[in-house]
Write a new protein. Sequence first.
Length: 277
Amino acid sequence: MSEPLDAQDLRDIAPVICYPNDSLAVPQAALDRAALPLEPVSYVTVPARDAASIRVKAGEVLRIHCPEGPQVGDLNLFNANDLTERFYSGKTRALHGSHVTTGDRLWSNFPFLRPIATITHDTLGWYGRDAYGGAVHDVIGTRCDPYTARLLGGHDYHHCCHSNLTRGLADAANLPLRDAEPHVHDVLNVFMCTGFTANTGQYFMKASPVRKGDYLDLLAEIDLLAVLSACPGGDCSAQHSSDAAICYPLAMEVLDPKGAAPWQEPPLNAYSRGHGR
């Protein structure tokens, strides 16, 4: 198809940011709280190619560790008292961008739409955005899953992140697998380095810069149930959803800010839910 005469003029139109976030409050209280001395509360290891869960009280810090070697993880966050409120990667992406780091907040789904966690420390914050457009901790990928594996490869694979998260949530919430699965949602890809190709716009992954000792801290703004899968892609440098990649465990630790005042959780979104009627 031939281009219109004004094709280049149309391409040259400057973009408009859909959701300017200047009006969002700086989460200073969360950042200040997480800067206090942190005392260990609980710790769980996430086995390679599997998932684990941990509960975090409002005002506590969830630290996701890379304890042994380069490994990415897929994180689901739920209101610990109501599984219907959970992390909303799409709105978090719209408000903060494709990748998140210190000072960004993780938001919950409709009709709640409130911050449920704030990133307070990121040892990979130095990475920025590379020459390929890649960056770390994305909210653009969904999660590797057995349905796409079946669609594209014609086989079943049960240790992808979707299945790991389903098992992890089922165990944590004492639910049958089929009742747990609908609650599993698009993830925060912790430590994963991703972007979109400039020529085709395809989602890509590349070797994560994460190394032993790196971690990401999230201050829980409400009581949270965190479920984390140690992705079968390892550091995602080559393989995705397979037993071929070298994989390592991850860990989740809950830390309590010493001497901090009781935390006041953010209110539910104030929209009336009238929807024009």
